[in-house]
Design a protein. Structure first.
Length: 127
């Protein structure tokens, strides 16, 4: 697959990430609304779901391209981080803190790993 066909794979990976994140956000908001739990109760769950979402997004993108999974997974994670940065900067007038940079570095690794596994589960280009 050539580089020009990576666009749909990136979009599918980002769409997968957004679906997972928004679904969990809806579930978490319903739990907070109808129970006595607070947002801080979900701090670690939110981080875990974000890593899972980035892994799944990288896997979907890697399975769609069937080659260079680490690269397509990294690009998927970088686009997600770019969108997150733009929302923070343009909407809230803040930038990434050091801890957020480390978390997004972890997202990059999760996306790369997901891309590698996605390529291997898709059968690759020579099968």
């Amino acid at each position: 697959m050539s580089l020009k066909n990576w666009g749909p794979a990136l979009l599918m990976g980002l769409l997968t990430i957004m679906i997972v994140v928004l679904s969990f956000s809806l579930l978490a908001s319903l739990i907070v609304h109808f129970s006595s739990l607070t947002e801080m109760s979900f701090q670690w769950a939110i981080l875990a779901i974000a890593f899972i979402a980035l892994f799944l997004g990288g896997a979907v993108a890697g399975a769609k391209t069937k080659e260079r999974g680490w690269m397509i997974g990294a690009l998927t994670a970088l686009f997600f981080s770019l969108v997150t940065f733009l929302i923070m900067f343009l909407g809230y007038n803040t930038t990434f803190t050091t801890s957020q940079m480390l978390i997004h570095g972890g997202y990059l690794l999760a996306g790369m790993l997901g891309g590698i596994i996605g390529v291997n589960f898709s059968g690759g280009k020579d099968r």
